[in-house]
Design a protein around this ligand. Structure first.
Ligand code: ATP
Ligand code: MG
Length: 231
């Protein structure tokens, strides 16, 4: 891949309609999962690094915004934040500034040119991400933002590496687990699922991401929609 910048691909750019369609299918399934209990806030995570969490979170947020819902996508991966790169934004202010209340929300809620979508980048990375994300400030912030948006999606670090994602599940209605089919063993995936269920996460669905390590071109997303479970 020498000299070639690999970028995250968005369904608003020229991705095949099949890929866009698969995100719409995931979106629709999540909407069905919220018939009984309302799902407004979602965490997107995976077991291992680079399984496609950020790509999935961004495209799913776009797919929700395309229905006319007001959507907020938040980079809650304070270990390896990427949403600013995905949307080609600068990252001087973001989530961490909102948490320390050093900026007004309007400044951190960025317009990315997609109607109905706002993105909050990570902001400066703190030395203690887990504590920051698990703080009552974080809970209050999500609750406040819920007043202004129909859906809030949080991007996060992988579950097996750090506790951040498990901690964040306490503040969201459900979790979307991204699994890179070629790279993660079923054993690890099961472990991640058990870990999330151990903290009472409601797993809304599992996105099987068809990326392969050698050639990352033209691999599509497939999904498996698991029955929503509360524990
Ligand atoms: N289905 C796919 N087809 C092709 N490339 C993909 C696919 N999904 C992700 N990628 C690419 O793989 C890389 C990793 O994706 P992404 O950043 O979304 O993963 P991540 O799980 O968020 O990683 P991290 O653990 O670092 O946060 C990116 O370069 C992205 O463009
Ligand atoms: Mg990521």
């Amino acid at each position: 891949m020498k000299g070639k910048m690999k970028s995250h691909r968005l369904i608003t750019e020229n991705l095949s309609s099949r890929v866009a369609e698969s995100y719409r299918v995931v979106r629709t399934n999540i909407q069905f999962a919220s018939l009984e209990t309302q799902v407004k806030t979602m965490l997107v995570t995976s077991t291992a690094p680079r399984e496609g969490k950020s790509t999935t979170a961004a495209n799913l947020a776009i797919a929700f915004a395309q229905t006319g819902s007001r959507v907020l996508l938040v980079d809650a991966d304070l270990r390896r934040p990427t949403l600013h790169k995905v949307f080609r934004l600068s990252n001087p202010v973001g989530l961490t500034n909102l948490l320390t209340q050093s900026v007004a929300p309007e400044i951190a809620l960025r317009d990315v040119g997609v109607p109905n979508l706002r993105v909050v980048t990570s902001g400066p990375i703190p030395p203690n991400p887990a504590e920051v994300l698990g703080s009552s400030r974080m809970r209050d912030l999500i609750n406040n933002l819920k007043q202004s948006f129909d859906y809030i999606l949080l991007d996060s670090p992988p579950t097996l590496a750090v506790a951040d994602a498990a901690i964040l599940t306490a503040f969201v209605d459900g979790v979307i687990l991204v699994i890179a089919v070629a790279e993660v063993s079923m054993d690890k995936a099961r472990k991640a699922k058990a870990q999330l269920q151990g903290v009472n996460a409601k797993i809304l669905g599992v996105v099987l991401n068809g990326l392969e390590s050698d050639s990352r071109e033209d691999h599509h997303y497939y999904y498996y929609y698991g029955k929503p479970s509360s524990n």
